[in-house]
Design a binder for this molecule. Sequence first.
Ligand code: FEO
Length: 392
Amino acid sequence: MFARKMNDRVFCLGSVDWDRRLFDTLIPLPDGTSYNAYLIKGSEKTVLLDTVDPPLADELMAQLEDVPRIDFVVSLHAEQDHSGTIPKILEKYPAAKLITTPKAKEMLIDLLKISDEKFLPVKDGEILSLGDRTLKFIYTPWVHWPETMVAWLEQDKILFSCDFFGSHIATTDLFVTDQGRVYEAAKRYFAEIMMPFRSIIKKNLEKLAPYPIEMIAPSHGQIFKNPSFIIDAYNDWVSSPSKNIVVLPYVSMHESTKLMVEHLVASLVDKGVKVELFNLAVTDIGKLAMALVDAATIVVGTPTVLAGPHPYAAYAAFLANALKPQVKFLSIVGSYGWGGKTVETLAGMIPNLKVEVLDPVLCKGKPGEKDFRALDDLATAIAQKHAENGFT
Ligand code: FEO
């Protein structure tokens, strides 16, 4: 892709990664992603904001072929998908200073071995004059690393937000064209990496609220010309109470746990509770993470294997514990052959979840009438808890 003009002074550079299907060797990217860098040509100074993932560095370097001078490189976030090409940029523009938070400076020295004298750390709220344009740097920590900040281009009312408000979408559209598609991708991204920092992100949103933002330019996905769309979505994800939803990740080996799960789903729906069901043998973990943003309850369905939970169920529990969703209730259902410590093991894996544990339902072998009645009782308990707490 060539550099694309946003206005006379601002250009979107970077690369669309159509083929990437996994981020951090963990996060599914069903729609690929993009790494957006931005070039701002003030009347006196030129700035490059962020770079691209190193395997795509050549594309960024080609876009800069006709740019004779860069005075400042800004690293809004030290993770390598945005910072990894900074060493090549500094090699091409040796006089350029690297603007970061003090924390990002430490991290980039560790991660990329950039030398100390290249850095120009900025304070929260510090302003950089580019001549007829000014950039203000605003600390927005923990989106999703501790060093993150955003940059505010005052005259054009553009907020450069890096991961914040981003979405993993590969497309040739520079601006958001399909809000439904972007909403889903942005929520997935929020769930996968930002949900654990919900309360800090809420403070960051409050800090940005006074700015008359007309455009948000993230470093993944499309640019928002209607910023209230994504700001409202973020406010909902960080502030709204849990909803009347059970997230039910499960795995089954010989169908007994599956029979239990199917009965529980039917019973919950009968009692007015929505269920998001995920068969862990085939599911997209990103979809599971997204469902956790809103859910009031998690029920894990697992057979007992080698005296404990199935490893897929353990993985889901570990992930939920790391993502720290605002769920309030948890239970476990499943079948066992002769015994084991499935409940104790799973319960011990979720110390971060401040949940009330509802009576698990474990059955020996294939479930029978007594087990189905116990599942109905669990569904009733969940529906009552949701109603008592006003979850709708
Ligand atoms: Fe897109 Fe946290 O990097």
